[in-house]
Write a protein that binds this ligand. Structure first.
Ligand code: SF4
Length: 232
């Protein structure tokens, strides 16, 4: 019968028994766990620093860190009773920074603009269609009328008021813009930029000042600035 002591590996001059192999693996697991915990803590501190000082350094690398350790960083924030949405907000800021130059270098005719349906007036008379989303009738009861006219005047490839998240992906596939701007709540802004990344579209997201299901408020100043922003 083979006992644990009989199971041994000989590597060079080193003799590794069954028990010592478990010890090595155990230590490795502990070291890896310590490295991950340290990386999460460092990323969380960087995230806090950046968010509070607005000093964004190495945006691509930091975005990579925040994306890789997102779950851990959010858990760390939770543990410290900090606002977890800070992590997503920073993620959005960094993605905006990373894509900004390519976005403003893209001609208006290759850009798309997407607004959420929650920005509409509660008395909105616009019909919802599966192909075009909510078709603004320009009644003037909300700012969407002006936003649409502004984008159309500049020659935007697509302007749409989205009834839902998957609608934006469908429109992106249909019109294939090179760059796109989206207005949404924190969660949907992040999803919008992730869709942009997956579809190789240079994205800019503008987070709602007040979110919810109805009567939301957009940061129109930033929206119009970004819509019109162009590299000469
Ligand atoms: S301006 Fe357009 S989106 Fe706004 S309420 Fe009127 S029809 Fe609806």
């Amino acid at each position: 019968m083979i006992t644990a002591d009989d199971v041994r590996l000989v590597v060079g001059n080193l003799e590794i028994t069954h028990d010592s192999m478990f010890m090595i693996i155990g230590r490795l697991v502990i070291y890896i766990a310590i490295i991950i915990i340290m990386a999460v803590m460092v990323t969380a501190i960087i995230a806090l620093y950046m968010f509070n000082t607005r000093h964004m350094f190495f945006p691509k690398f930091t975005l990579l860190l925040i994306t890789a350790f997102e779950g851990g960083v959010k858990a760390f924030f939770n543990f410290l009773r900090l606002d977890v949405s800070t992590v997503d907000r920073l993620n959005i800021d960094l993605r905006n920074i990373v894509d900004y130059d390519n976005y403003i270098s893209t001609g208006y005719s290759e850009r798309g603009a997407f607004l959420p349906q929650c920005l509409r007036s509660v008395e909105c008379p616009a019909p919802t269609t599966p192909e075009g989303g909510i078709i603004c009738k320009g009644c003037g009861k909300c700012e969407i009328k002006n936003a649409k006219a502004f984008c159309e005047e500049l020659g935007y490839k697509v302007f749409a008021v989205a009834p839902g998240g998957t609608f934006v992906t469908r429109m992106m596939k249909k019109y294939e813009p090179t760059a796109a701007i989206g207005v949404a709540c924190v969660g949907d802004s992040k999803s919008f930029l992730e869709v942009c990344e997956a579809m190789q579209v240079y994205g800019q997201a503008v987070i709602l000042l007040k979110d919810g299901c109805v009567n939301t408020v957009a940061n129109w100043d930033i929206f119009y600035k970004l819509v019109a922003m162009k590299k000469e």
